[in-house]
Design a protein around this ligand. Structure first.
Ligand code: SAM
Length: 379
């Protein structure tokens, strides 16, 4: 048995707590085999050699106990019951230290805590992103526009946590489960962090998607590059491209890359990433991927390969229909949800594609989530 986190049953973060790591990854591999082995041999899962403290993005909500001490943690599944944490087996340890320090400073400066039930108060969430270049972003999410003694508070955060390189104030007055609101004000530093991944540098903003497990991302993206097997003369679409990571890494193997993504902040980062890495043969489009592919299909554009990495809900019908019309030779499909991956793969198989390979990758140790990457070729 692995040592079990003290709040494992309450927190809702890690549903594979208490299971030996080798058994965890076996369960995940089995899940992919159950769904896909009738079509193709499933490759052995790529496990995480480190599997603790891998999360480079940590977010907590705030509460208060009877003594007025500040609590930080996650809400128990489907509830508004805060499960406080002082340590975490999967989060970057630097982030946990910062959270504990910020809690003490919130108390010191009498900053109110946002109350979900009455929708009033200030401090709501804290989001921390860390990078391999030792840059650390803090996003203070508040339910009101002002932070009591803001200047002194920020001064002390930096004094006690000198590793923090940027601080952003995000205001979220919406009554939703989304962590971030739309308004961002940079209180310290440049407002973003930079990470280094497979020889390139990537700018990451507060709201942009970026893979949360760095070591496993290297394995995932390397497999995507291997599956795409580009020869240098291809026109490649990187759909659902986020900050452009996959397309930028693949650009040196292709003639031209087009990245398409709906989040404008991520596209802004993607363009910056193109610039800082001095890459010329890639362009980024801010649009719904399905609509963009429809236009390409309408204009009878020639596309040689598609790499796609949609959210958990998978791809839209519009997108898949356009792939079936454009008929790129290869589709490399990265997915964090095996059920929607299966649905979309089956659609493509009904439309002249053959599933050639599938590779599970463990991006999220201690949770039941499993990432996989599939290669489909046009028959
Ligand atoms: C799983 S992330 C992948 C990001 C990127 N490929 C990476 O590895 O960092 C999915 C991305 O799809 C974007 N997205 C969601 N719906 C979309 C849509 N309809 N059209 C285009 N992009 C979308 C999200 O904003 C997010 O950046």
């Amino acid at each position: 048995m692995e040592e079990k986190c003290l709040v494992a049953n309450l927190c809702g973060g890690c549903d594979y707590q208490g299971i030996r790591y080798n058994a965890q990854i076996k369960l995940k591999e089995e899940k992919i085999k159950e769904l896909f082995s009738k079509y193709v041999d499933v490759s052995p899962i790529l496990g995480d050699d480190f599997y603790n403290h891998y999360r480079n993005k940590v977010q907590v909500s705030f509460g208060k106990d009877r003594n007025g001490d500040i609590l930080a943690g996650n809400y128990a599944k489907n509830s508004h019951f805060l499960v406080p944490i002082d340590s975490c087996q999967i989060c970057d340890e630097r982030a946990i230290e910062i959270i504990n320090s910020v809690k003490r400073l919130i108390k010191k400066y009498h900053i109110s805590i946002y109350d979900e039930r009455i929708k009033k108060g200030c401090m709501r969430h804290l989001l921390i992103r860390t990078s391999t270049l030792n840059e650390i972003m803090l996003v203070l999410v508040t339910g009101s526009p002002f932070i009591n003694k803001e200047k002194e508070f920020i001064h002390d955060i930096l004094k006690y946590n000198p590793s923090v390189t940027t601080i952003i104030h995000n205001i979220n007055r919406e009554h939703t489960s989304m962590i971030l609101g739309n308004s961002n004000k940079v209180l310290y530093g440049k407002g973003y962090i930079v990470d280094e991944l497979m020889g390139l540098k990537f700018k990451i903003s507060a709201s942009s998607f970026y893979q949360i497990n760095h070591n496993q991302t290297v394995k995932l993206y390397s497999k995507a590059i291997e599956y795409a097997d580009l020869k240098g003369n291809e026109r490649l679409i990187d759909a659902f491209c986020g900050t452009g990571t996959i397309g930028l890494l693949m650009s040196k193997y292709a003639k031209e890359v087009i990245g398409v993504e709906i989040n404008s902040a991520a596209i802004k980062d993607a363009n910056k990433n193109k610039e800082i890495n001095n890459i010329k043969n890639i362009n980024f489009i801010c649009e719904d991927a399905g609509k963009y592919m429809q236009k390409l299909a309408h204009d009878k554009e020639k596309i040689d390969a598609v790499v796609m990495d949609p959210p958990r809900s998978g791809s839209s019908k519009e997108f898949l229909k356009s792939v079936a019309i454009l008929k790129p030779n290869k589709v490399v499909y990265i997915s964090c949800n095996p059920d929607t991956l299966l649905r979309d793969v089956q659609y493509l198989m009904k439309n002249d594609y053959k599933l050639i390979k599938i590779q599970p990758v463990d991006m999220f140790p201690y949770t039941s989530h499993v990432e996989s990457i599939a290669l489909l070729c046009n028959n």
